[in-house]
Ligand binder design. Structure first.
Ligand code: F6R
Length: 261
């Protein structure tokens, strides 16, 4: 696990966009795993700017989102299919239907989960997965207690996650759905490269467990310690509880630029 601590949030966007740009240059048909939430917005903003400048194209790429609320009506602004379209997909040149997400309105939710797994597999698997992390250590919506080998399935959101996400629903906790469909931890672990973005003090405890804690279903993101290629991009505030913070800084400073992440 590589830990990169950068003082400016914009620099996190640049570094992640560099990795995605390099991937698309060598594999234009790359499959991207797309998180929603606020953490990856700097990455999407940077990629949209590069697309506008003609520096990157998504025309042959595919995308898969991580999760979806159950029951939010089509067109609801917080439905993750709508969100990813607004914050990223509509701002670049993905082909029609190139970005898919779990169907939280399916009449058979279990079947929708199974077919989502098939779709990811059929596309050849995710080449680069962008992740955020919840304050309770969730990745996608794999809440504490999730099986470390889980696949796409229905989950109940914790109160903490619903409180955290109420800001997207006019601070109305009751408006935040209670259930979701989410890629499992086992599903996410099959991505070839995982880039996790965490910023702000509120993420410091989860980041501490992710990077330096014991692997445990109580902090689901810790499963990433078993992945061979994970890059954790942090600002100073999110890194503040890391024991080896000086080592991570020195390691990155002495890394040759051409090596990328
Ligand atoms: C969103 C997702 C979640 C978020 C996490 C952090 O698709 O899968 O795991 O990444 O809740 O959210 P933010 O980035 O809003 O703090």
């Amino acid at each position: 696990m590589e830990v990169v601590i950068l003082p400016e949030i914009e620099a996190i966007g640049v570094l992640a966009a560099d990795a995605i740009g390099e991937l698309l240059a060598r594999k234009p048909t790359a499959v991207l795993g797309l998180a929603t939430g606020s953490s990856p917005l700097v990455v999407y903003d940077e990629l949209a700017a590069r697309w506008a400048a003609g520096k990157v194209s998504f025309a042959q790429a595919r995308g898969f989102t991580l999760d979806e609320y159950v029951g939010l009506p089509a067109g609801h602004p917080e439905r993750y299919r709508t969100v990813i379209d607004t914050v990223f997909v509509s701002r670049v040149d993905f082909g029609k239907g190139a970005v898919d997400g779990p169907d939280g309105l399916a009449s058979d939710l279990r079947a929708a989960c199974a077919s989502y797994e098939d779709a990811i597999h059929g596309a050849g698997g995710v080449d680069l997965q962008i992740l955020g992390i919840g304050t309770d250590g969730h990745i996608a919506f794999n809440e504490p207690g999730s099986s470390l080998a889980s696949r796409t399935r229905i989950k109940t959101l914790t109160k903490q996650t619903r409180v955290d996400n109420a800001r997207f629903f006019g601070d109305d906790l009751d408006a935040v759905p209670t259930h979701c469909l989410t890629q499992g931890l086992g599903t996410i672990m099959e991505a070839r490269h995982i880039v996790l973005v965490a910023t702000g003090r509120g993420k410091a405890e989860a980041v501490h467990h992710l990077v330096e804690g014991a692997v445990s279903a109580m902090w689901p993101a810790t499963i990433l310690q078993h992945h061979p290629h994970v890059t954790v991009l942090l600002d100073d505030a999110a890194a503040r509880r890391l024991q080896l913070v000086d080592y991570y800084r020195e390691t990155y400073l002495s890394k040759p630029h051409w090596q990328g992440i």
